[in-house]
Design a protein around this ligand. Structure first.
Ligand code: C2E
Ligand code: MG
Ligand code: MG
Length: 723
């Protein structure tokens, strides 16, 4: 026999037959329970109320009130779901009575004649079951309390996506009540769950969201792992997080949990805004611009539209920062961005006919990339002129003075423009090309706007091509030297020649050094090219010396890059040794800039060159900036007055005065003076009058091939024998 519960348990025995009552009480006592009794229905009702029995054994036939009526009355008096088990004692095989007993709320029945031993068991089992039900009820109440306290909404779905139940999340003050399908109606607090049960997910949510949820659900059913998805219910203005997991007791049901994440999304949006905003000016930053550009690119590709990227840079921002300080610089940038914002309102930028899809925040087409660089996106471009108009307006807006800390400041802007799809079809290229065009605008004299036209591309392409060609020029023997005579002013005898390099390009023909020397410097190719020039010139000078028995000085141009090359003296020395030319017959031409760039390093290099025994002259003198004091210390042999001073002579009195002063000064420092670019007899006369030592120029001989010079030397030799 099962053991009795440990707590005292009371059983009410209601029967009008005293013998029966006694037998039942005896049985109750035998299974370890306490018994109380009632002789009819009314008494039973009374005892049920006052005695609080844990179980009632109720005879059906009783005077005053029968067992059915008593059971019904007991049930009616019960509160809070508490439910005392009632076992009805019916006549044998009285099926009708059994049915009736259940109808009035009986828990179980026994029929007469009673098997006392079985009844004992029955009583204990009914008590046990009733106890389990009571505990379940408590747990359920607890669960409900917990569920009611958390904001999330729970529901179960079957494998096909139909709601099996639904527990609405609680409403937080001031917030919309979340749940799939958006806020529920406040007037339906209790029906919220009922609305969903039996419905399919797709009936309660927008189809795309329901689709995504069903997908996760399927994944949960196959993988048995937790899956989640976030979505936004645009109409309701809420963002939600849906999490699906397998119901612990079933492998074909999914427990769904929906959480309102609107607040988190709002915070994220705020953070995003901060990350996409330029801290100083408040307008979008580079990252934001790149994303706007990416979107515009996508939109324009689909819609087959054009747009322009404007890249603006202030022309003298650094100067303002340096002279007025960073505070003033910052203020200027803020004011500039405000003016740009005014100038680039969407209505001005967008030529869309439909008027739709315009950014509410006009400034989002505008961004500060950093420093004084701003970009503007011009969508839906119909004509290139429209972009140029915007650029013009921007330039005009910048031209009005800015008042900063009481100072009136004037700035100008240079603008580069790239176009989609003409110039490029990815964001990075478009931005880069607008930047390139901006630099082009700057190099054309600032306060300019330039398109990154295909011609600019061509220019760059040809630059690249030229570089490739130059790399091959040396190996392919495309370089050669011409020589220009340098003559003594009075005797006009050739006392030296300047070696000048030429490039015979296989396709483009002759290319002047003014075009390819800067490129050679940029690429570092000047070092091998310069070495080749040096050797070739020295060898040629040695040849002339042998042929004519004359001492002829050879001048070779050195670029700054060569001069800074550590191996310079080594290269010079080996050229001299290999060709057998005397060092004193080699003159290296340097510009003022090269010498003055780093006086200390120059000193070291010059010391080495001097120890070899070569001479030094200053080319294009007067165009740069040099200190006479240094020139003296550098032991410069000759100054070559730049052609620009000579070309105006004899009319240009200012240049005449400068030329005379240079000659006098150079002589004062015991330097020789060479005048470059002498083109007329008058110029030669004047220079002679001023006491210039040597002349070089078309009047006295064009740069020419070695043979021509050989002939010249031989003719001159005949006329003027070497002194
Ligand atoms: P530069 O050293 O001042 O050379 C003189 C330039 O003036 C030469 O131009 C020459 O042809 C030109 N010229 C000479 N007389 C007259 C004249 O009467 N009237 C006019 N209008 N021009 C005259 P080129 O050969 O085109 O060379 C230009 C520059 O290229 C040179 O200026 C020099 O700075 C550089 N360069 C030439 N060859 C070399 C070289 O081998 N190495 C380096 N680093 N630079 C070189
Ligand atoms: Mg020169
Ligand atoms: Mg020169």
């Amino acid at each position: 026999m099962p053991s009795a519960p440990t707590q005292r348990v009371t059983v009410l025995v209601a029967d009008d037959d005293p013998v029966m009552r006694m037998l039942m009480l005896e049985m109750v006592a035998q299974v370890g329970l306490d018994g109380i009794q009632a002789g009819d229905g009314i008494e039973a009702l009374d005892q049920a109320r006052t005695g609080q029995p844990d179980l009632i054994l109720m005879d059906v036939d009783m005077p005053r009130m029968d067992g059915f009526a008593a059971c019904r009355a007991i049930r009616a008096a019960e509160r809070d779901g508490v439910c005392v088990p009632v076992i009805m004692v019916t006549g044998s095989d009285d099926i009708e009575a059994v049915t009736h007993a259940y109808e009035v709320g009986a828990t179980d029945f026994v029929s007469k004649p009673i098997n006392w031993q079985i009844l004992g068991h029955r009583v204990l089992y009914v008590l046990r079951a009733s106890d389990a039900i009571a505990r379940l009820r408590i747990a359920d109440a607890q669960n409900r309390a917990v569920l009611a306290a958390i904001p999330d909404t729970f529901f179960r779905l079957n494998a096909d996506g139909f709601y099996l139940d639904y527990e609405q999340g609680h409403e937080r003050p001031g917030h919309e009540r979340p749940g799939p399908g958006g806020p529920t109606r406040p007037d339906l607090p209790d029906s919220a769950g009922a609305r969903f049960i039996g419905k399919h997910l797709t009936a309660t949510l927008p189809p795309d969201i329901a689709g995504r949820m069903l997908e996760q659900m399927k994944a949960v059913l196959t993988t048995h792992q937790v899956r989640s998805v976030e979505y936004e219910l645009v109409e309701a203005g809420v963002a939600q997080h849906f999490e699906a997991r397998l119901v612990a007791t079933s492998s074909s049901e999914v427990l769904g949990l929906v959480r309102d994440i609107s607040e988190r999304k709002r915070t994220e949006e705020q953070i995003r805004r901060l990350a996409y905003c330029d801290g100083l000016t408040g307008i979008p930053n580079r990252q934001a611009f790149l994303e706007t550009l990416e979107r515009e690119l996508h939109r324009s590709r689909i819609g087959n539209k054009k747009f322009a990227v404007l890249f603006m840079d202030l022309d003298a921002f650094k100067r303002i920062n340096d002279t007025l300080g960073h505070n003033a610089g910052d203020q200027l940038l803020k004011m500039v961005s405000e003016r740009l914002r005014d100038t680039t309102r969407p209505s001005d930028l967008v030529s869309r006919g439909d008027g739709g899809d315009v950014n509410e925040d006009g400034a989002s087409n505008l961004a500060r990339l950093g420093g004084d660089e701003f970009t503007i996106l011009i969508p839906d471009l119909e004509r290139v002129e429209h972009a140029l108009n915007v650029a013009h307006r921007v330039k005009e807006a910048m031209r009005r003075s800015f008042i900063i800390e009481g100072n009136e400041i004037f700035v100008t802007a240079s603008i580069g423009i790239s176009l989609f799809p003409e110039d490029g079809d990815d964001c990075v290229s478009l931005l880069k090309f607008a930047d390139t065009a901006m630099y082009h605008a700057k190099s054309c004299g600032k306060n300019n706007a330039k398109l990154y036209s295909s011609s600019l591309t061509m220019q760059i392409m040809s630059h690249v091509k030229l570089e490739v060609g130059l790399r091959r020029a040396l190996q392919n023997d495309e370089l050669y030297l011409v020589y220009q005579p340098q003559r003594d002013v009075r005797s006009t005898e050739i006392v030296g020649v300047e070696a000048l390099v030429r490039w015979r390009h296989p396709e483009r023909g002759l290319i002047a050094p003014t075009e390819f020397i800067p490129l050679a410097e940029e690429t570092g190719l000047i070092v091998p090219i310069g070495e080749w020039v040096l050797r070739t010139a020295c060898r040629q000078a040695r040849t002339w010396q042998r042929l004519t028995q004359r001492t002829l000085r050879i001048a070779v141009n050195l670029s700054a890059k060569q001069f800074k090359d550590e191996n310079l003296s080594q290269i010079v020395l080996s050229a001299l040794l290999d060709t057998g030319l005397e060092p004193r017959l080699l003159e290296l031409e340097l510009t003022e800039g090269t010498l003055m760039d780093d006086a200390r390093a120059t000193m070291v290099t010059l010391e080495r060159l001097r120890s070899i025994g070569v001479h030094l002259s200053i080319d294009d003198f007067g165009t740069g900036y040099s200190s006479m004091n240094y020139l003296k210390r550098f032991d410069v042999r000759a100054l070559k007055i730049d052609r620009s001073f000579i070309s105006g002579l004899p009319q240009d009195s200012e240049n005449a005065a400068i030329t005379r002063a240079i000659i006098a000064m150079a002589h004062g420092l015991k330097m020789v003076v060479v005048a470059e670019g002498v083109e007329t007899g008058e110029q030669l006369l004047m220079l002679e009058e001023y006491g210039c030592d040597m002349v070089q120029g078309y009047y006295l001989g064009h740069p020419s091939g070695a043979e021509t010079i050989t002939e010249l030397l031989q003719v001159v030799q005949l006329v003027l024998p070497a002194r």
